[in-house]
Design a protein around this ligand. Sequence first.
Ligand SMILES: Cc1ncc(COP(=O)(O)O)c(C=O)c1O
Length: 399
Amino acid sequence: MPLTAAETAATHPARAVVDLDAIAANVGVLRAAAPGAATMVVVKADAYGHGLLPVARAALAGGAAWLGVAQLTEALELRAGLDRTPSAGRPPILSWIFPPGAPLGRALEAGIDLSASAPWAVHEIAAAARTAGRTARVHLEVDTGMGRGGARPEAFAELVAAALAARAEGTVDVVGIWSHLACADEPSNPATARQVEVFTAALAQAERAGLRPQLRHLAASAGTLFHPATHFDLVRPGIAVYGLSPAPEVAGSAALGLRPAMTLEARLTVVKAAPAGTPLSYGHTAVTTADTHLGVVPLGYGDGIPRAASGVGPLAVAGRRYHVAGRVCMDQVVVDLGPESAGVAVGDTAVLFGDGGDGGPTADDWARAVGTINYEIVTRLGCRVPRMHVGAAGMWEDA
Ligand SMILES: Cc1ncc(COP(=O)(O)O)c(C=O)c1O
């Protein structure tokens, strides 16, 4: 029999606490930043590690009109989960990745909007719609300078022609034209203005061909927060919804009015005295320099803690800042609590990152310490770590 939530909390010594009220409030901040546009909250990759369904519901409670995911599998899981919560409504969902031969009929039955980057994708969507006797809702993706998905401008006419042909037979409704920004996190980078120009030209080209979709969308978090000219009809923020800045060196969470939603914490499973000169963890890369106390924090690279955090990952115990001592193991890290730490006891809580409100470490601190971005710190958190959702937002009665 699976453990209940209370049993899991008592059994597993680590957890990620996700504040759904922070999610809803962050959506409010993003909506205010783009008042003329609707908001699609991006919940791909298990809502950046925060938990797909609770985050989706909190985002809707915070005023999101749309939900966005990358993979069709995520979209189907999301729709099925939301359909179990009738009071959450039936928001539109966009999914932007599928391979040739995917069972698109399943997407159409679930009312998922699909993206198409090339004629083959339009043909497969139209074929699925024909079989299902439905009209598929499609967003055409144009590559305005990201150099990733989307039809390059010189191939866009072909994509538009395929969409027009499918529309003429009634299998496809072109709901949107969209693209993605490459450098919006660098506010002075001229690439963003160039992408807006290319996007505007593609929209005009589509219109001349007879296509004027109701939704034009380009901006993710950085576009939403730093580039009003990218807002168009719909913005697609992800990282900022989770309270993290898309450009911490430009403006941190607090400066943007965002509250980091996730706190990663674990209870110390070992606290013991150790003399000066005690080598620590695999490879003995750290050695205690004084008589001290060691704490063991039961989180490791098997939970998504980067091994690159060996010797540098920050954490807080009883309000004091420490860092990981020695190498990160699969399930545990060691902390040298110092000679003054006699009050720390086994079972006390170590906070790896949180909202930083009490001067504690943040996901931004972890990203800086290990040379990555805050996106990776939260998203890579492993499925072994139980997520505990707190706050009232989106806690529908029928959830
Ligand atoms: C197409 C698309 N739109 C929006 C987002 C959300 O981006 P961000 O988390 O930077 O807001 C992503 C995420 O990478 C994406 O791939």
